[in-house]
Design a protein around this ligand. Structure first.
Ligand SMILES: Cc1cc2nc3c(=O)[nH]c(=O)nc-3n(C[C@H](O)[C@H](O)[C@H](O)COP(=O)(O)O)c2cc1C
Length: 384
């Protein structure tokens, strides 16, 4: 079982995650985790905070000579901008934030709730996801995220080239759209406004059988939606065609099934091929071997330089919302967060399906189930 909890405030001393369930024997590639952290901090439209922080991961437990032991792994990120106790109490809550509801609910000031609600927390969640992806990498599963739309400007992918995404200032796969997107971010900054967008994550190499149809909370699509919705400012999640499926007739949604024996030999899909992937790699809550495609809508940042209307909590008089230092656009960062959150959930489903006490065990049980599936497929008529 793979699970994690995070702790830490935006301007506290550090962010921490304890990750339990990483198999023994995984080389803890800190450079990979740091690279994901660096990508999360990047992208055009971020604010000054990202220049103050240089996120580097510390691994405080669960490792021996750079290799996981199977024990809980503690991940820690130090906040350079630690000044929690010196920060003032916002006078007027910001709409679109936890400020009002959270401070009433917890009977505290606004500062206490906003510090924990802040998306700074996603830094350590990215680290946990990147750690889980080290397991996926060992068994040939890849996770890839990019920006599909920003500020209403579509950036349909022109390739799946990581180098193209990494060269894009806004993490798209469409260099032709980048200039217009950058200009839109500049215009929003100029107007004291902010922009949202759509990010997409694609997982390839998943074996058939992650998740299950037998209980709603075991459905892989439900689990992915829950994990992605758990990211700050994500307001919608789609798997495969998503909302578009509701607009089409069934014949334009259902993915045909083909059998191509030439692919049968050493294939995680046993030769079964789908010419389309409208289901986004999940049918009946179960991975079907096709790429898993998850899209998420990120709302624009609610803290506006132009300061939206609000109420002074002490006097109840109308007042502009308090301004907290903020990004203009964090959609590129959201693509990295969603990618790593999806990676974590896929790894969790994988380690439930197969024995994850050690990497060797994981590989062995994956191979054994694969061989058994092969054999059962060859004797289909004998099934009960
Ligand atoms: C990467 C990232 C960066 C964010 N940066 C900011 C920011 O600078 N200012 C802000 O007001 N909201 C920011 N947000 C959004 C808030 O964290 C989020 O809207 C808020 O916590 C309320 O949660 P909700 O939108 O899910 O209801 C960011 C979100 C993400 C994913």
């Amino acid at each position: 079982m793979l699970r994690t909890l995070t702790a830490g405030e935006s301007h506290g001393s550090a962010l921490t995650a304890i990750v339990e369930g990483i198999p023994a024997g995984v080389t803890l590639d800190r450079a990979f985790i740091d690279r994901e952290l660096e990508r999360r901090q990047g992208g055009y439209g971020r604010g000054k905070r990202q220049k103050l922080e240089t996120d580097r991961i510390f691994i405080d437990s669960g490792t021996f000579k750079g290799v996981s032991t199977g024990a809980p792994i503690t991940l820690r990120l130090i906040n350079n901008d630690a000044k929690l106790e010196r920060l003032s109490e916002p006078a007027a809550p910001r709409g679109g934030h936890v400020d009002l509801a959270g401070s009433i609910s917890y009977q505290t000031g606004i500062r206490q709730v906003l510090e924990r609600a802040s998306a700074r927390e996603t830094a350590v969640r990215v680290a946990a996801g990147a750690l889980a992806r080290l397991v996926l990498r060992e068994v040939g599963i890849t996770v890839f995220g990019y920006v599909a739309e920003l500020g209403g400007i579509a950036a349909p992918p022109l390739s799946r080239d990581v180098a193209v995404r990494d060269a894009s200032p806004v993490y798209t796969l469409n260099p032709e759209a980048d200039a217009a997107i950058v200009a839109a971010i500049d215009a929003a900054r100029e107007a004291g406004d902010t922009l949202g967008g759509v990010v997409e994550t694609i997982v390839t190499g998943c074996p058939i059988g992650l998740g299950s149809h037998v209980q709603p909370d075991r459905r892989l699509d439900a689990r992915l939606a829950c994990a992605v919705m758990g990211v700050q400012a994500i307001k919608g999640v789609e798997i495969g065609l998503g909302f578009e499926a509701a607009r089409r007739p069934g014949s334009k949604v259902m993915d045909p099934i083909r059998y191509e024996p030439e692919h049968d030999a050493d294939d995680r899909r046993y030769g079964f091929r789908r010419p389309s992937n409208n289901a986004g790699g999940i049918e009946g809550g179960t991975s079907n071997g096709e790429p898993i495609v998850v899209r998420a809508a990120k709302k624009p940042i609610s803290t506006l330089a132009s300061r939206g209307p609000s109420i002074n909590m002490a006097t109840k008089a109308e007042s502009p919302a308090t301004y907290e230092r903020s990004d203009v656009c964090a959609v590129p960062a959201a693509s990295v967060i969603v990618e790593n959150v999806v990676g974590f959930e896929i790894a969790a489903a994988l380690l439930e399906r197969f024995d994850g006490s050690s990497l060797d065990s994981l590989r062995a049980t994956m191979a054994a189930v694969h061989a058994l599936n092969r054999e059962k497929l060859d004797h289909w008529a004998e099934r009960p």
